[in-house]
Design a protein around this ligand. Structure first.
Ligand SMILES: *Cc1c(COP(=O)(O)O)cnc(C)c1O
Ligand SMILES: [Zn+2]
Length: 399
């Protein structure tokens, strides 16, 4: 029951149309629903979160994204000193990352609006997701990635048949080129920042699923953040559930970044309400290496959401990320890419500093699969070669 779009700043209303910012004030746009009608319907026939999405399931381009497992952590939780740690396995999405959620919504709207071509700027996972969903929809995809994007993500995108182009410099350069060319040549821009007001709606499904999978609203949800639409989408989803009387509480949102790319976390830690971009970010966590150069307002919008939730932001060092990546793999059997491990790295500090209590209900969103970025896996991890003799194995194992 979407009504249209509404400006998050001056509240100007717009019909359902391809629009990337408020024509009046240039601010971020957000989907607007008829909550009164939804409330009446839900009172009669029960909760149906489909009513909070921009278009019905039958009109969505889908490859079976979403409905990812929520797994209770055992050994890792113990290591961290937590009793109720849940891992939301977004790496189980069809393209191997949560980006299938925003992109499926963006590509579906492109079909609805009659576009033949889609453009995206991505650090790699949005690229793969866009390539996959464009293929599924029979649309052409132009995919821009920064030069240092992992080979795995580039090749995956190429495999789906997309036009993949590397743009020199950091991610923000790809963002600017996609924005300009998309507008000039009428390609629908599904970049997962806040430029496309429909994509973030797909991220709300994480909240709706968590609501079904957990009995209660978690105390804190840990999310790795680039510009932050995943975090904002999850919180928006919970706010809508609360507004409609489905839940009484809201989770605190923890936005986690890497030390070498931490514009939002630094603003939070320094008590600033405006995020400043970082023109030359550097971290092994490529999926969240977004310096927000030219669109720092997206980071400010995410920071506002974090503060509204009573949550916090922080950053962790690359070595801590590597350690957390190993724990997830070796304690839980979950191999994730470095970006996904920042939440676990931060949890060490969170427990020590009392930001979470040992019995807090904590969800960590594991955003992307480890196979997406194998160059970051420690190179000394080599399998020894033995001659083709059984005894050689016994000798090696010392059994
Ligand atoms: C895109 C991405 C993120 C960050 O999500 P945003 O919604 O851009 O803040 C985190 N982890 C991975 C693996 C990603 O690909
Ligand atoms: Zn406005």
């Amino acid at each position: 029951m979407i009504r249209g779009l509404r400006c998050t700043s001056c509240e100007t209303a717009y019909p359902l149309e391809p629009l990337y910012e408020c024509n009046q004030c240039g601010s971020i746009l957000k989907a607007d629903y008829d909550y009164e009608r939804i409330g009446i319907k839900w009172a009669e026939s029960g909760v149906d979160t489909e009513d909070l999405l921009p278009l019905p399931a039958a009109e969505r381009v889908s490859i079976g994204e979403g409905n990812t497992p929520l797994v209770k952590s055992d050994r890792l939780a113990k290591r961290l000193g937590l009793r109720h740690l849940y891992l939301k396995c977004e790496f189980a999405n069809p393209s191997g990352a949560f980006k299938d959620r925003p992109v499926s919504m963006g590509v579906s709207m492109a079909v609805k609006f009659g576009y033949g071509r889609i453009i995206v700027a991505s650090s790699g996972n949005g690229a793969a997701a866009t390539s996959a969903f464009a293929a599924r929809a029979g649309l052409e995809a132009v995919v821009l990635v920064p030069e240092p994007t992992p080979q795995e993500k580039v090749k995956q995108s190429l495999a789906y048949g997309a036009r993949v182009v590397k743009v020199e410099g950091p991610y923000s350069n790809s963002f600017a080129v996609a924005k300009e060319i998309g507008e000039k040549y009428n390609m629908f821009n599904v970049t997962s920042t806040f430029i496309n007001p429909y994509t973030v709606e797909g991220d709300k499904n994480v909240a709706f699923e968590l609501h079904r999978q957990l009995k209660n609203v978690p105390d804190v949800i840990y999310v790795p953040i680039g510009a932050g639409p995943l975090l904002v989408g999850i919180f928006n989803g919970y706010e809508e559930l609360k507004r409609l009387g489905v839940t009484g509480a809201l989770p605190r949102m923890a936005g986690i970044q890497a030390e070498g790319c931490s514009p939002i976390a630094r603003a939070y830690l320094e008590g600033r309400d405006q995020v400043q971009s970082d023109p030359s970010p550097r971290t092994i966590a490529g999926g969240i290496c977004d310096g927000l150069h030219g669109y720092a307002k997206d980071g400010t919008y995410t920071l506002e959401t974090i503060l509204r939730s009573g949550g916090f932001a922080n950053y962790v060092a690359d070595e801590e990320i590597r350690a957390a990546q190993s724990w997830l793999a070796q304690d839980e059997g979950m191999f994730v890419e470095p970006s996904s491990a920042v939440s676990i790295a931060e949890l060490v500090h969170s427990v020590k500093a009392g930001r979470v209590k040992p019995d807090s209900v904590v969800v960590a969103v594991l955003t992307g699969h480890g196979l997406k970025d194998m160059t970051q896996v420690q190179t000394e991890m080599n399998a020894p070669l033995i001659p083709n003799r059984a005894q050689a194995l016994a000798d090696l194992l010392g059994v």
